[in-house]
Design a binder for this molecule. Structure first.
Ligand code: PLP
Length: 374
């Protein structure tokens, strides 16, 4: 079925054309294994080194602080398990109740291995507070892992402020920046983080590739064992095309960050104005400072899943709470954590706009919602 309007950019984004073109060469011409010592592998090896430098430059890191992975899920697992497994003297982990399942389930796994985990509550906008962290942190805390931008409601967390508290107790700081990179400025030094996760397909790169930033001097155990790729930190034959595509996409998005954000925010305002003009009974979830285009709307008395399907029939792709949770008809853990009442929470959809959306798309989304709900 043809989907005329794609408004689920928090689930995945369209591959950047230049990234796609840059990838082709490494799939069908220069397909050598980057870890081999002969001449045929020199070019892919060089391409990986160049991509690493470009990516590092985009987040104010050094190239040797970037480790390639298969995406956000692996990066999050590595950050959590790799910090837990690397220090037998400090075992506790602190995270929040609204993290992505890649973080939450990695934490649940290490809990079964004897690592204590605290899941911090958030306020009604989804914000983790410094005082809450101060209540839970001890000198036994190995890692504080709080996401930069929430995937369901877009809230941007005060990472730098939380990092000050964590570092005072000698804990490492990880942030899942999967929904932030390529959409808001991300500077690892300004954020004061030790470890940061990213995924290419959320910023117009290819699927199945991402990276973990590990600050120089930070001890994180490898979790994928095998060959000595990525300086012995992450085994597996390098995804050369994916890595090259990721670097091109990130560079292009970072160069147009302000322009894209301004466009997307103007579309957000149009959508909200249209809903208000028509008198729909809804709440918008999340904090004022949120990732551009992430619009979580809860319509009183509506059925979010039903809304998604009705919009789908009208040629509009949106999601309920979160794409990774679309088979789960229960209220999402994020909406529960912000304390949204059931009558609103059940009627929640996430419209996530991207740089390719237009004013026309937004009018059609608003008029379709009115047709269904009024
Ligand atoms: N973290 C967040 C905040 C996400 O939104 C996602 C994907 O939805 C992930 C992690 C997982 O990333 P990937 O799809 O690359 O495994």
């Amino acid at each position: 079925m043809k989907h005329e309007i794609y408004a689920d950019n928090a689930a995945t984004t369209k591959l950047d054309k230049e990234a796609f073109e840059a990838m082709l060469r490494w799939l069908n011409e220069e397909y050598g294994n980057a870890s081999q010592p002969y001449a045929f592998s020199r070019k892919p090896k060089k391409a990986i080194a160049e991509a690493r430098a470009v990516i590092a430059g985009c987040i104010n890191a050094e190239p040797e602080e970037i480790f390639f992975t298969s995406g956000g899920t692996e990066s999050d697992n590595w950050a959590i398990k790799g910090s837990a497994f690397s220090n037998p003297d400090k075992k506790a982990i602190i995270t929040s109740q609204i993290e992505h399942p890649a973080v939450l389930n990695a934490c649940r796994r290490i809990e079964t291995l004897g690592y204590p985990v605290a899941y911090l509550p958030v306020d009604s906008e989804g914000l983790v507070s410094r005082s809450m962290l101060e209540r839970f942190i001890t000198d036994n805390t190995r890692l504080v892992s709080i996401m930069l931008a929430n995937n369901e409601i877009g809230t941007i967390e005060p990472i730098c402020e939380l990092a000050t508290v964590a570092h005072r107790h000698g804990a490492l700081v990880h942030t899942d920046a999967v929904q932030a990179i390529g959409h808001i400025p991300v500077d690892v030094k300004a954020l004061d983080v030790d470890v940061l996760s990213a995924s290419a397909h959320k910023f117009n790169g290819p699927k199945g590739v991402g990276f973990l930033y590990i600050k120089k001097g930070t001890v994180i155990a490898p979790i994928v064992d095998g060959g000595s790729q990525e300086r012995g930190m992450r085994a597996g034959t390098e995804n050369v095309a994916g890595i090259v595509g990721m670097a091109v996409a990130l560079k292009n998005n970072c160069e147009k960050l302000d322009e894209n954000a301004a466009h997307i925010i103007s579309l957000e305002k149009k959508l909200i104005a249209a809903l208000d003009e028509n008198g729909l009974d809804y709440v918008r979830n999340g904090a004022q400072y949120h990732s551009p285009g992430n619009i979580s709307l809860s319509f009183k008395g509506a059925d979010g899943e039903g809304l998604l399907h009705r919009l789908d029939l009208m040629g509009i792709s949106v999601s309920t709470g979160s794409a990774c949770d679309s088979h789960n008809t229960q209220i999402s853990h994020v909406l529960k954590a912000i304390g949204l009442s059931r009558e609103y929470a059940e009627g929640t959809i996430r419209v996530s706009l991207g740089k390719d959306n237009t004013a026309e798309d937004v009018s059609k989304i608003a008029s379709s919602l009115c047709k269904i709900l009024l």
